[in-house]
Design a protein around this ligand. Structure first.
Ligand SMILES: [Zn+2]
Length: 395
């Protein structure tokens, strides 16, 4: 997985590429930053580069993996004998003294090999491939850590290095930290350890003091948007929305896109427009309450979903049905357009944009959404003056 698979993070990649080019590779790294921003993807890419057979040869790259040699192929699939990746996991049985990895451990590794930003860790995902609850009892325990230490003491089988990637290094139990500390205290030139963690302050100080730190920042929405389109096949319009809901994390972006909650958010957006049309406070209030629960950042993304719905109305009215984003809702959109010939779609779009501005300006979400519902009602009945504040004044 060469650097091109890591999103953004030019500064971190520059640092690591230079280390590879000059063969001045530190013994232990800590890649730290928000989960899903890239520490894990970069750790796997760096590990691959370290083991690449062609890197540093006259025909190969200097600061990156070639991506095509046999070593690269094996590293990318996480089956290279000199690459040891370890995830913390929950206790699986009463016998805590065994290296008893959960039965789906290798499935998770395969998921990470296919997409290093995949939501495949045990902490965020109790069961792979579901929206299941997060798992707080995840840790690196003593026995698996000692197994990891043994792996690090092997002579390289194929490559120049033995590479250990210890994911979520802030999850090391105190009793497991000794095994890692022994490794750090007796560094061997051929061993490179890459630790990842969200926050530096959660890593044990004795470990932290021995690491070269590389920081990863939250990813910009435009980076997430482009990656959603290119890597996950998300339609461009929806990618923009999902990117805004992802808090700088591509893992979260993939999660939002794949989740039922995305569908639920879309359904709530449609329901909001429908109830707004009735103009009945008793029907508008529950929808406003549900939307308010999303929190400020997600709420902006959710309002984008409302905008997309309105844009679909415009498209259908203009006869451009094929361009509709909510393809599964085409029939509903067509019915709406047919039933409301007087609706001022431009005014509808404009009051939603004003609501986004108001939310960004820290206005009270409940008030903004309620005012928006009544402004939408007026616009749908063709009596709008296009101003979000009008219903508030009238009340
Ligand atoms: Zn290679």
């Amino acid at each position: 997985m060469p650097w091109s698979r890591v999103l953004g993070q030019d500064r971190a990649i520059d640092t690591l590429s230079h280390a590879l080019e000059s063969e001045r590779v530190a013994g232990t790294y800590l890649f730290h930053g928000p989960s899903g921003s890239g520490p894990r993807a970069a750790a796997l890419a760096f590990g691959q580069a370290l083991l690449c057979e062609r890197r540093g040869t006259p025909t190969g790259p200097a600061g990156d993996a070639c991506g095509s040699c046999l070593a690269c192929t094996k590293s990318a699939r996480l089956i290279h004998p000199d690459l040891h990746v370890t995830l913390p996991f929950p206790k699986t049985s009463k016998q805590a003294d065994k290296d008893d990895r959960p039965s789906d451990y290798s499935d998770r590794m395969a998921a990470l090999a296919a997409e290093p930003y995949a939501s495949a860790d045990y902490r965020q995902r109790a069961a792979l491939g579901s929206d299941g609850a997060s798992n707080k009892q995840v840790a690196h325990r003593r026995i698996p850590m000692e197994a990891f230490r043994r792996e690090m003491s092997f002579v390289p089988v194929e490559g120049r290095y033995v590479v250990g990637v210890l994911l979520e290094a802030d999850r090391i139990r105190t009793e497991a930290a000794n095994a890692l500390l022994k490794l750090l205290e007796e560094p061997e030139a051929r061993v490179v350890l890459i630790l990842t963690a969200e926050r530096v302050e959660n890593v044990l100080p004795t470990i932290l003091s021995r690491c070269q730190r590389v920081r990863f920042d939250p990813l910009a929405p435009d980076v997430l948007e482009a990656a959603l389109v290119a890597r996950a096949g998300v339609p461009a319009t929806e990618a923009a929305v999902v990117a805004r809901m992802a808090d700088g994390s591509f893992t979260k972006a993939l999660e939002v896109w794949g989740s039922e909650s995305m569908q639920a958010h879309r359904a709530l957006a449609v329901q909001f427009v429908r109830e707004a049309y009735t103009g009945r406070p008793d029907r508008i209030a529950p929808v406003v309450q549900s939307a308010q629960k999303l929190g400020r950042e997600s709420l902006k993304g959710w309002l984008d979903l409302v905008s997309i719905w309105i844009r679909d109305l415009v498209l259908v009215r203009a006869g451009a049905v094929a361009a509709v984003v909510n393809v599964d809702q085409t029939e509903a959109v067509q019915k709406f357009v047919a039933a409301l010939p007087k609706a001022d779609l431009e005014a509808m779009a404009s009051v939603v944009a004003q609501a986004v501005d108001a939310i960004e300006g820290n206005a009270h979400a409940g008030l903004v959404l309620t005012a928006l519902a009544f402004a939408l009602r007026d616009a749908m009945h063709g009596v709008s003056d296009g101003l979000l504040v009008a219903p508030l004044d009238a009340a």
